[in-house]
Design a protein around this ligand. Structure first.
Ligand SMILES: NC(=O)C1=CN([C@@H]2O[C@H](COP(=O)(O)OP(=O)(O)OC[C@H]3O[C@@H](n4cnc5c(N)ncnc54)[C@H](OP(=O)(O)O)[C@@H]3O)[C@@H](O)[C@H]2O)C=CC1
Ligand SMILES: O=C(O)CCC(=O)C(=O)O
Length: 477
C-alpha cells in the first residue's frame, strides 16, 4: 500500500504510516498515511518561517494562478475526491462530492480575491501629510482542522492564508488524512514554492501541541471541540498570537404554529440528521409551539421511517455511519442520558447491522424534552435531536437563546413579523428562515457568538480580517 507522506519544506518525508479506515466498512483500509513527530512539526514550522519573506512579497498574479489551478483540479476531480472523502469520513457520496465542489469554489473565490487586494489613502488631520492604510500578511499561520469537513474546512483556511501572503503549517484531524493529503498534493503541484505550505499529519497531542507551543507561529485558526479550543486560546495568549476558534454549537430550530409543515419537517430532518448529525451547525434542539407540536412530531416520525442508513458509498443511502467507535459511544451515551433524564425516545436510537462492519446508528428523536436536560445543553455531534414543546413565539425565542452556544439558529414560519423579529433577536452568528441550520454559502461570513466562536469571521471577504494585519503609514510631502 502506498505511503502518503508529510510535506515539509517542499519535500515528501516521513515513515511510520498508519491505516486510514473506512467507517462504513472497517475492513476497508483506504491507505497508509505518515504520522509526524514533534520534530517533524518543528521542521515544518521552521520551513514556513524561512519561506515567509519571499512569499509575503510574491506577486498577486502568482498567488492567483496557483489558487486558480488548484480550484480547477479539485473541480475536475470532484467525483474521485468526493468518493475518497465519503470513504474516510462516512458522509454520503452526494454530500462528499458536494463538499468537494465547495472546496473548489472556495479556492476559486480566493484566487479572485488575490487580484482585489487594496488599501486606503486618507488625508491626515495635519497639512501636507498623507496616510496610507495597507494590509500585510499576519505571518506563519497554523491551521488545525477537525474530521467532520475533511476538505471544505482545510480549503476555507488554507485558501485565504495563501491568498493574503502567509505561509502555512497545516495539521488535519488524524481520522481523515486522505482529503487533506490530496488538497496539499494539488497545491504543491500547482507551483507553490518550497515551505509555503507544510503538511503535518499526526496526533493533536503531539503535532498540534507542538504548534501551540511554538513562538514562530504568528496566528492559529482552529475548528474542533470546546476543550481543545480553550487550549489553543490559552497557548495563544501566552505567545501574544492572533487566534480564531470555531467550536461547537447547540443550534435551535424553532417551528411555529403557522409554519408550512413539510418545509419545517424537511429542514428539521436535514438540520438534525444529515451528515450523520456531525456538523457544528446541526440542530439538536427542535423547539415547537403547542398548536403544531403533535402534527410535527408525527410527520417527523414518518419522514424518519423513509431514511436509509447504510454504507456512505451506496446509491440510495441518506445517512452514512458515525465517524468512529469513540463518537458512536458518545452518541449512545447521550441517548442513555436522555432516557434517564426523562425525555421520551420517540423514534430510532438503535445500533444497526449492515452488510459491512461499520458504525451504524438509527437517527434518534426525543420528545418531551426540556431545555435544562443535558441532551439540550451539550453538543452530542451525532444523529440525536430532541423536541422541546413551548407555548408561543416569545417562549420559543427565549428557549432558543438559552444556551451557552451561538453558532446558527433557525425558524420555520410563514409570518414575516416573526421571521423579522427572529433574525434581529436570535443570539447567533447565522440565522436561517425556512432553511436548515446547516449548509452555508462559501462566499459569505461564517461564524458564531458566545461559546461557539472566538475571533473574526471565516470565509468570504471577511476572512481578510484574520489573515492580514493592518499597517498605517504617514508620509510628509
Ligand atoms: N465545531 C466543530 O466543527 C467540531 C466539533 N467537534 C466536537 O468535538 C468532539 C470531539 O471531536 P475531536 O475530533 O476529538 O475534537 P478535537 O478538538 O480533539 O479535534 C480537533 C482538532 O484538534 C486537534 N487537537 C487535539 N488535541 C490537540 C492539542 N492538544 N493541541 C492542538 N491540537 C489538538 C485534533 O487532532 P487529532 O484529531 O489528530 O488528534 C484535530 O485536528 C466532537 O464529538 C464534537 O462534539 C468535533 C469536530 C468538529
Ligand atoms: O453547515 C455547513 O455547511 C458548515 C458546517 C461546518 O463547518 C461544521 O459543521 O463544522
Amino acid at each position: 500500500m502506498t505511503l502518503h507522506q508529510n510535506l515539509i519544506a517542499g519535500e515528501w518525508v516521513g515513515g511510520n504510516g498508519v491505516a486510514n479506515i473506512n467507517p462504513s466498512d472497517t475492513n476497508d483500509v483506504i491507505g497508509e498515511y505518515a504520522r509526524a513527530s514533534a520534530e517533524d512539526a518543528k521542521a515544518a514550522i521552521a520551513a514556513a518561517k524561512a519561506a515567509l519573506p519571499a512569499w509575503s512579497r510574491s506577486g498577486i498574479l502568482e498567488r492567483h494562478a496557483i489558487l486558480r489551478k488548484t480550484a480547477d483540479e479539485i473541480l475536475a476531480r470532484k467525483d474521485e475526491l468526493g468518493r475518497l472523502l465519503s470513504r474516510e469520513e462516512g458522509k454520503t457520496l452526494a454530500e462528499g462530492i458536494g463538499e468537494t465542489v465547495r472546496a473548489g469554489q472556495i479556492f476559486d473565490f480566493f484566487a479572485g480575491e488575490a487580484l482585489r487586494l487594496a488599501g486606503e489613502i486618507i488625508p491626515s488631520v495635519r497639512p501636507d501629510i498623507g496616510v496610507e492604510i495597507t494590509r500585510e500578511p499576519v505571518g506563519v499561520v497554523g491551521i488545525i482542522t477537525p474530521w467532520n469537513f475533511p476538505i471544505a474546512i482545510p480549503a476555507w483556511k488554507i485558501a485565504p492564508a495563501l491568498c493574503y501572503g502567509n505561509t502555512v503549517v497545516f495539521k488535519p484531524a488524524d481520522l481523515v488524512p486522505g482529503s487533506a493529503w490530496s488538497i496539499v498534493d494539488i497545491l504543491h503541484r500547482a507551483g507553490l514554492p518550497k515551505g509555503v505550505l507544510n503538511l503535518v499529519m499526526g496526533k493533536g497531542s503531539v503535532v498540534g501541541q507542538t504548534m501551540l507551543d511554538s513562538p514562530d507561529i504568528h496566528a492559529i485558526t482552529f475548528t474542533g471541540s470546546t476543550g481543545t479550543g480553550k487550549r489553543v486560546a490559552l497557548a495563544s495568549v501566552e505567545h501574544n498570537r492572533k487566534y480564531q476558534l470555531e467550536m461547537g454549537g447547540k443550534n435551535p430550530f424553532v417551528v411555529l404554529d403557522d409554519a408550512d409543515l413539510s418545509v419545517a419537517v424537511e429542514a428539521a430532518v436535514n438540520s438534525a440528521f444529515f451528515s450523520t448529525g456531525q456538523r457544528c451547525t446541526a440542530s439538536s434542539r427542535v423547539i415547537v409551539t403547542e398548536g403544531i407540536h403533535d402534527r410535527f412530531v408525527a410527520a417527523m416520525g414518518e419522514r424518519m421511517k423513509g431514511l436509509t442508513i447504510d454504507d456512505a458509498l451506496k446509491a440510495g443511502t441518506h445517512i452514512g455511519p458515525v465517524v468512529d467507535q469513540s463518537q458512536l459511544n458518545q452518541d449512545t451515551d447521550y441517548i442513555a442520558i436522555g432516557k434517564r433524564e426523562g425525555a421520551k425516545l420517540a423514534f430510532g436510537g438503535e445500533l444497526l447491522k449492515r452488510d459491512t462492519p461499520g458504525f451504524y446508528l438509527q437517527p434518534a428523536l426525543f420528545t418531551e424534552a426540556t431545555n435544562q436536560m443535558r441532551i439540550s445543553r451539550e453538543e452530542i455531534f451525532g444523529p440525536v435531536a430532541s423536541v422541546i414543546r413551548v407555548k408561543d413565539y416569545d417562549e420559543a425565542l427565549a428557549v432558543a437563546n438559552d444556551t451557552p452556544f451561538g453558532l446558527s439558529s433557525g425558524i420555520a414560519t410563514t409570518s414575516l413579523k416573526h421571521a423579522t423579529h427572529f433574525k434581529r433577536n436570535a443570539e447567533a452568528g447565522m440565522v436561517m428562515v425556512n432553511l436548515p441550520t446547516a449548509g452555508v454559502d462559501f462566499h459569505v461570513p461564517f461564524g458564531g457568538r458566545k461559546g461557539s466562536s472566538h475571533g473574526s469571521r471565516e470565509q468570504g471577504r471577511y476572512a481578510a480580517e484574520f489573515y492580514t494585519t493592518v499597517k498605517t503609514a504617514y508620509t510628509s510631502a
